[in-house]
Design a protein around this ligand. Structure first.
Ligand code: SF4
Length: 351
């Protein structure tokens, strides 16, 4: 696995890690707390801006550590108020971040990997494969940059952009600890949702962390046979293994799992699919979120919203806990990977 080449990255360190680093440097641990607040509350960009640290400590930090730089290189704004940003890191890798307004606050959808190796057939992000994992610092940078640019406070973070979060497990956990730390950005620990294509063993491992993270699982088909045709991960974990891991997650964390289901006309929208989805959701005590899919250049056809509404009504009639997602950002290519792919295809130039 290719990782970021930034080894002594202060922005990716949790407060506990920074305190350990200070002890290794024979400084008092509270210096680690100060550095954490400078990075994630004051959001300094340079070690020299950590003005209350002694000069010799700042000099030692500058010689051994760095605060990696990230910059927004493209932005698109939708008529519905949502915005999409393309954030580039020091090695030239770029990822997408989407900010959306809902009744309950402003949500941000961030990327966790540059590219993705999961290969879902309906997803623009899978086309170039995986380049590398993002660091925890690169995940928080997406939030800081986007909230500065749109001038909004972020109340919910969804790890549903490019990448499979559970394929970058350790960095995602560090990200969670950093973004929910009250001496930093202080996001509510119930305000983070991880979306996975279904890595059953990692779902169990996440449950054992007992973080209170909301889990969202991309299901999209209710038989192994059908699921394998669009999601290669279904060849590794059967539906039964996936369902068992979701039951374990709910029992261990008391957090209700959401099943994401893109209604694809003629593929997964028959009455037998309604019955299968209802049965799985009841076993997991899950909420079902139906998705009107934005079209991408190739692959699955665009979901007919009326057809998705009919599918939702069939589930409602049978007592399911179901919602149909609003389509935000359709005019700014809000499906994951579309802006990134457009910029890559144009040789890095804005369209
Ligand atoms: S849908 Fe998610 S897991 Fe699947 S290829 Fe796209 S980014 Fe990866």
């Amino acid at each position: 696995m290719v990782e970021s080449n930034c080894k002594n990255d202060l922005l990716s360190m949790t407060k506990e890690k920074l305190k350990e680093v200070m002890e290794e440097m024979e400084c008092l641990p509270y210096r680690g707390e100060q550095i954490f607040s400078f990075l994630h509350k004051n959001r300094v960009k340079d070690i020299d801006e950590m003005s209350s640290l002694p000069l010799d400590l700042r000099e030692r930090l500058s010689s051994e550590f760095e605060i990696p730089k990230a910059v927004v290189i493209d932005a698109l704004h939708s008529e519905d108020g949502s915005s999409k940003y393309l954030t580039a890191f020091s090695d030239g890798q770029a990822v997408e971040t989407v900010v959306m307004d809902y009744r309950f606050g402003t949500s941000i959808c961030i990327s966790t990997q540059a590219g993705c190796r999961m290969g879902c057939s309906f997803c623009a992000s899978s086309k170039g494969g995986l380049n590398r994992n993002l660091t925890a610092g690169e995940m928080v940078s997406q939030i800081y940059l986007a909230s500065d640019m749109c001038g909004k406070m972020i109340s919910n973070v969804v790890l549903m952009g490019t990448g499979e979060p559970l394929d970058n497990f350790c960095n995602v956990l560090s990200f969670y600890d950093i973004i929910t730390d009250k001496s930093g950005y202080g996001l509510s620990n119930r305000g983070v949702t991880i979306s996975t294509c279904g890595l059953a063993d990692k779902i169990r491992a996440l449950a054992d962390e007992k973080k209170g993270i909301t889990l969202s699982v991309s299901l999209h088909a209710v038989t192994d046979e059908k699921r394998r045709t669009i999601m290669p991960i279904a060849k590794k974990y059967t539906l039964e293994e996936l369902v068992d891991s979701c039951i374990y997650y709910y029992k261990t964390t008391s957090r209700r799992v959401t099943l994401e289901y893109a209604v694809m006309p003629g593929f997964n929208d028959a009455l037998e699919d309604v019955a299968g989805l209802l049965s799985i959701s009841k076993r997991i005590s899950a909420h079902i979120n139906l998705i009107p899919v934005n079209s991408i250049e190739k692959g699955m056809s665009n979901t007919d919203r009326k057809n998705a509404e009919r599918f939702r009504d069939e589930l409602n009639l049978r007592g399911a806990n179901v919602t149909l997602r609003r389509t935000l950002g359709a005019d700014i290519m809000a499906s994951c990977g579309q802006l990134r792919n457009t910029v890559i295809a144009s040789g890095g130039k804005k369209e």
